[in-house]
Design a protein around this ligand. Sequence first.
Ligand code: HMG
Ligand code: MG
Length: 308
Amino acid sequence: MAGTVRITDVSPRDGLQNEEGAIATSEKVRLVKLLCAADVDEVEVSSFVSSRWVPQLGDAAEVFAALADDASLRERRPVFSALVPNEKGMNAALEVNQRAARRLLDKVSVFTAASETFSRRNTNASIDETVERFRPVVAAGRRHGLAVRAYISCAIACPFEGPVQPAAVARVVEKLATLRDQGDIAEIDLGDTIGAGTPESIRAMLDAVLTTAAAHLPSAAITLHLHDTFGRAASCVVEALTMGIRSFDGAAGGLGGCPYASTSTAKAPGNIATELLVSTIRDAGFTTTVSGERLAEAGSFARSLKTS
Ligand code: HMG
Ligand code: MG
């Protein structure tokens, strides 16, 4: 075997943020528990963003409260993470552990983009402004012992600006490195937000990022977050594996996409299904901790939640 690959399932966050209809909190909790049973390494549980911007995830605190009540999750569970855009979101995230009176949320994910237009549409801020907003988040992460992941969306292309140059992604990595005096960025997550990637463009982007990260954020792990719009995500995974990437995001059932990556005529495409991600990784000779059978159950439940 060529090694173990880390799997983060983002369906409760990236998947459900894109569904138009209401999904009950209890259904979200069930999805998270099914993913725990499938033994993924990490579940991105929800978002502490403005519920005016993403009403679908306005019940993040309630989802975590229900998870806190589940005794079985005290013994063994995946890493739990949540999206946080700014200090206000971080304060809400910190309350999860205060209310649970123990560590339940392990990691927060800040998010910016390699495209200015996308950054403004998604967060009402320029790329530089988003990074400034992360300062107090990263500092609080250090104080409270929470890991910080930093997403860079539009690492291959932007729905508004078109192709994004690898150098533009590398520049964002450099900007993120300016946060080092506040605390650690444990992970950089590269999002092919609209699924435009090919093995060639993924290679070029990773080349630029790996070189820059080695120089500026040497201890950060690199994760790839693919969307499967054109059916090329699996071939991009294989390419990334050959380049040494050992951490990927998927969404059970292929749910998801970013609401601000949608246009007026087309809904943003889904994430690579975690089922496809895991089978691709295994076929390439690597291992994961994931149970295929349990993951299939989570995937079929995730698909049953689709409202649009
Ligand atoms: P804003 O309107 O510029 O914020 O939004 P503001 O600071 O001017 O505040 C406006 C109001 O929002 C205020 O409330 C704040 O208190 C409140 P009011 O006084 O008017 O009642 N507010 C908040 N409420 C709850 N939680 C917060 C928060 N912050 C302010 N954290 C903001 C700026 C960033 C908040 C907004 O743009 C936002 O929430 N954006 C989130 C968008 C989002 O979640 N997009 C999807 C995730 S990104 C993605 O999917 C891509 C990814 O998967 C990677 C990939 O696929 O490539 C990660
Ligand atoms: Mg996404």
